[in-house]
Write a protein that binds this ligand. Structure first.
Ligand code: PGA
Length: 249
């Protein structure tokens, strides 16, 4: 089975709508490819401008979060329907920054995952361990619990369309990339857990990204590992280097 690679930029809290337009215009010619799905996950307020700029190109737009209710008294939140109406195709769910600073739990992430599907948004679900957990030998059991929590009651036909991003917290924004062997070990393990939950066919088709200090110099090695189907890229997605990451071959 050859899975189509997916390379997504996570812009985090960077770029105003006008700056987003400028960056997208710079990046578009550099990220042209037939070989991978390319996604820009932009701040909420940049979405209308971003969707307009990428129209007719190979790039799709993602959000970085959403709430798990349709509508109602949830001041400050954004619903999946709002994203859907703007033409958003992907949504990052459970990024470690949201888990850490905004106290999102596996239960919240599970609710968001189920809700994303209701509005045809493809979830990019993030999992990853801290340095302390890695050093204590708890990485795999932690990742298993995050995957089992996120996918609770998610039916097989939806699970297979989900994208999982393995992002070791110690590698995010630190310049400290996991080695390709470390990244492959955990991505392979995630595939094994998905296989236990849904069977070998789903494990074979589900796409698993690596994220954490991916750059133009390390993308080729990481993305050529058997269980790594692309990347979720933070810092380097705001630079022309993102073109080199997308066209890593
Ligand atoms: P980074 O961020 O590439 O800047 O390490 C990755 C992420 O948080 O998704």
């Amino acid at each position: 089975m050859s899975r189509r690679k997916i390379i997504a930029g996570n812009w985090k809290m960077n770029k105003t709508p006008q700056q987003a337009r400028e960056l997208i215009r710079t990046l578009l010619p550099l990220v042209e490819t037939d070989e991978a799905d390319v996604v820009f996950c932009v701040p909420f307020v940049d979405i209308p401008a971003a969707v307009e700029e990428v129209s007719g190109t190979n790039v799709q737009i993602g959000a970085q979060n959403m709430y798990f209710e349709d509508a109602g008294a949830f001041t400050g939140e954004i619903s999946p329907e709002m994203l859907w109406e703007l033409g958003v195709e992907y949504v990052i769910i459970g990024h470690s920054e949201r888990r850490q600073y905004f106290h999102e739990t596996d239960e919240d992430i599970n609710k968001k995952l189920l809700m994303a599907f209701e509005y045809d948004l493809i979830p990019i679900v993030c999992v990853g361990e801290t340095l302390e957990q890695r050093e204590a030998g708890e990485t795999l059991s932690w990742i298993r619990s995050q995957i089992e929590g996120a996918f609770e009651e998610v039916p097989e036909d939806l699970a297979r369309d989900t994208v999982i991003a393995y992002e070791p917290i110690w590698a995010i924004g630190t310049g400290k990339t996991a080695t390709s062997e470390q990244a492959e070990e955990v991505c392979g393990y995630i595939r094994q857990v998905i296989g236990e939950l849904y069977g070998p066919e789903t494990a074979d088709v589900i796409r698993i990204q690596y994220g954490g200090s991916v750059n133009a110099g390390n993308a080729a090695e990481l993305f050529s590992m058997p269980d790594i189907d692309g990347g979720l890229v933070g810092g380097a997605s705001l630079k022309e280097d993102f073109g080199k990451i997308v066209n890593y071959k």
